[in-house]
Each structure stands twice: as C-alpha cells, then as structure tokens.
Design a protein around this ligand. Structure first.
Ligand code: SF4
Length: 248
C-alpha cells in the first residue's frame, strides 16, 4: 500500500541521533520480539502489511533546506532495506538527498542488501550498523523468521568496514538462553568482520511482546534479565579487541 507522508524527519530522543527517518510504516521481517507495533498501537499482524511512504524523498528535500542540520537515524521504527525497497528505492532516494545536502547519517538494518547503496553511503558522513541477535539457525527460524541470514548481514557490513566506514553490530535483543560458547562465537565473528563497535541490547517487553514471544518460547520470560550476565560475559570476551557498549 502506498501512502503520502507529511514529514520525513522527526525529532529523535535516541542517543546520538537528532532525527529519525522511516521510509516505510510496518515491517515484513516480523521479528517476534519487535516492540514497534505497540508504540504505534498497531496489531502485530497488521504490522506486516507494509505501507510505502512514496513522496518521502520530495518531502525530505524541502525539509533539508529548512531544518537545522543534525544526525539522521535511518530506520528507527521499520527496516529501510526490507524487500519493498528493491522495488520502490525510497531509502536510496532519501540517501542521495542527504548526501547532496551533506547531512550525517546513522543507518541500522537487519538486511544484507544495503550493499546496493555502498557508493552513496561512502559519500556521506555515515555510521552503518547491522542487527544480529544470534547465529543459531533453529532459534532464528522462530525468533526472526523472515529476516535475511545473519552470515550474509555480516558479510555485508564487512564490505563497509573494508571501505573505512564506521561500522557496528547491534547485538540485540540477545537471545536470553544463549550459551557461553554461542556468545563467544558471536563476538569472535563480529570482531573478525572488522567492525568498530558492538552494541548489546536486551528484550524490550512492551505491550504484546510477552504474548508474542511466549507463544513460541513459553518459558523464556523467566530469563528476561539474562542480558545483564550476557553483557558482562560479552565484555570479557571483547576486552582489548573491540569496543562494546550496552543499549539499555
Ligand atoms: S526488523 Fe526491526 S522493525 Fe522489522 S520486525 Fe524486526 S525488530 Fe521490528
């Protein structure tokens, strides 16, 4: 479904971000831990019916001329590189605009096809991150069933790191029952991809998320505070090798 937006840049309270830019409303990756539908009071099933903000590049052009320059976080409440982007290229058009006006950007995605825009992103003052929550295939099929394979996401971010662009892994929400050897594997994989930073995040149990997760992992909520221990362990593994911070 195509819709028309009134604004492109919204003020953001996220750390290190001045504005958010979300070219789509909804997300077809359907991660079971996604808390965005509850922020917008949208049913979880409805969240999969993605709406394309077709006029966003035009709206953005006007705003870039008027607004005070700041860091633009791309896709705080959707994924800017979900499958519809291949057809509509809204993100690509917005990036070109941001590059022309020389606005700094911070892109975070769960996709691997953002490599399409490497050339444009290289011309921006950019930070680029991919979300990876686990490499465990069995968990992934239930946890984030429609998202691209994490190995491919890692290969994609490596291309950006190789180009000297600031890159990071958003490691969250970490799977609460992650075992020590799995955690070790994840951190070592992130380090070998050459990224600059790892940001660890926990589960955000907003309305609807507990129900969604409990349907698939009935006991997992009991372990919802496991992220504290996981972070301490991750920090030990990463020490002296890579910067690691927590998002909560
Ligand atoms: S990729 Fe992000 S926005 Fe999309 S469903 Fe998953 S958590 Fe939600």
């Amino acid at each position: 479904m195509e819709i028309y937006c009134k604004s492109a840049l919204s003020k953001s309270k996220l750390p290190g971000i001045d504005y958010s830019l979300n070219p789509y409303f909804g997300c077809s990756y359907s991660c079971i831990y996604c808390y965005v539908p509850s922020l917008f009071n949208v049913e979880r099933n409805e969240w999969r019916n993605v709406k394309v903000k077709k006029n966003m590049p035009d709206v953005l052009r006007k705003e870039l001329r008027k607004k005070r320059k700041g860091i633009v976080g791309i896709s705080s409440s959707t994924d800017a590189y979900q499958p519809l982007e291949k057809q509509y290229e809204i993100t690509k058009k917005c990036l070109s605009m941001l590059s022309t006006y020389k606005w700094p950007i911070d892109i975070l995605t769960k996709s691997d096809f953002f490599t399409r825009d490497l050339k444009i992103i290289k011309e921006c003052n950019a930070k680029v991150g991919v979300t990876i929550t686990t490499f465990n295939e069995e968990i992934l099929q239930l946890w984030e069933p429609y998202a691209p394979n994490p190995e491919n996401r890692l290969k994609a971010i490596q291309k950006f790191a190789d180009e000297g662009i600031f890159t990071y892994i958003f490691f969250g929400p970490v799977f609460p029952l992650m075992k020590k050897d799995e955690l070790n594997y994840c951190i070592e994989e992130f380090i070998s991809a050459g990224v600059d930073e790892i940001i660890v995040d926990c589960l955000h149990l907003k309305r609807g998320v507990i129900e969604s997760i409990s349907k698939v992992f009935p006991n997992i909520i009991k372990y919802r505070k496991a992220h504290e221990d996981i972070f301490i362990e991750a920090k030990k593994i990463a020490e002296g090798k890579i910067a690691i911070t927590k998002a909560w």
